[in-house]
Design a protein around this ligand. Structure first.
Ligand code: FE2
Length: 325
């Protein structure tokens, strides 16, 4: 029976429907960011579009609301007012229909949808989005969860690329405009900060913004991107060697970068590890990834009480109990 997932943690409202792992619908609508995100305005946008999007998703999946068996929504991390809209949509349908409701962690959903599409069992995951950059894999102690092997000391790689894009007069879009601007560029030296499996991006951002006045956008964008992605690859390679995982995935908004995929593919090949990156529709925020995890929770875990179905702006990925295979 179909499971519905609602994603609303940031500027995208997504509604997905899955049935036994098959993705029947993955509809989304995106608030256009001009200079920065004003959470209340985005939440208002999500609220205004929720009914239309729900109808669109049901139509696409060829199911009626009566066919839905369970509902998932993004509990966090994300922007409070935006998360609240998704939670209210999901909770309202669940209560009205008497359906089980599942709170889903956004980062877990990004990794799980990638793992699901790859048909991998136990990958090491590089999760790269606006606010986050982490290297994760399932660990057993004290409970089964995604352990963070490495992460950014300061900002996420996506926000770093977006801040640079704004400085350079480009459109901020998780690195896609920087990637375009970087084509054919030459390397200028940049600060490189990796400590073990952790990394930091603010020094790199400050330096890149500073040298923009004396160099072409193309060369600075190229050097910034090569340096940031090399840092991520070095830390990921170290985590692969430590964990002995035989599968590697990259997930999240920045996983849409073809250059990052190419570099990680080279790392994986070097160590004889399988590598997968999902199609872009699953790396940008989407409802199908929430439905995928909700279906797994529905099949393998206890049904949470409504009082547990809250929102949490800083919902850490390593706090989530992974009760499915
Ligand atoms: Fe995301």
């Amino acid at each position: 029976m179909p499971v519905l997932g609602v994603e609303s943690s940031a500027h995208t409202l997504g509604i997905g429907i899955v049935d036994e792992g098959r993705i029947l619908a993955n509809e989304k609508i995106m608030y256009k960011i001009r200079s920065g995100i004003i959470p209340m305005r985005v939440a208002d946008f999500h609220a205004r579009n929720s009914a239309v999007l729900l109808k669109r998703a049901l139509r696409k999946a060829h199911v009626g609301i009566d066919d839905i068996e369970a509902i998932g929504y993004t509990k966090g991390p994300g922007l409070g007012p935006c998360l609240r809209v998704g939670q209210v949509i999901a909770r309202t349908i669940a209560v009205e229909r008497g359906l089980p409701l599942y709170p889903v962690n956004h980062a877990v959903a990004h990794i799980e949808v990638t793992k699901h599409l790859a048909r991998f069992n136990d990958p090491l995951a590089l999760y790269v989005s606006g606010g986050n950059s982490q290297i994760l894999a399932i660990a057993g102690e004290p409970f089964r969860h995604y352990h963070i092997y490495g992460e950014t000391f300061d900002i996420g790689v996506g926000n770093m690329l977006d801040s640079f894009a704004r400085e350079a007069g480009l459109i901020p879009a998780w690195g896609t405009s920087v990637e375009k601007a970087a084509l054919g560029g030459s390397y200028i030296e940049m600060p490189y900060t990796v400590k073990g499996m952790d990394f930091a991006f603010t020094g790199l951002l400050t330096h890149a913004a500073k040298v923009l006045s004396k160099n072409s956008i193309k060369n600075v964008a190229f050097s910034l991107q090569e340096t940031a992605f090399s840092m991520l690859c070095e830390a990921t390679e170290r985590a692969l060697l430590l964990t002995h995982k035989k599968e590697l995935v990259v997930s999240g908004g920045v996983a849409q970068s073809s250059r990052l995929r190419e570099m990680l593919g080279m790392v994986a090949k070097e160590h004889n590890v399988k590598f997968y990156a999902a199609p872009n529709e699953f790396n940008s925020d989407n409802g199908a990834m929430i439905a995928i995890v909700a279906e797994k929770m529905h099949n393998f875990m206890d049904k949470p009480g409504l009082d547990e179905c809250t929102i949490e702006q800083r919902y850490r990925v390593d706090k989530v109990k992974v009760g499915w295979p």
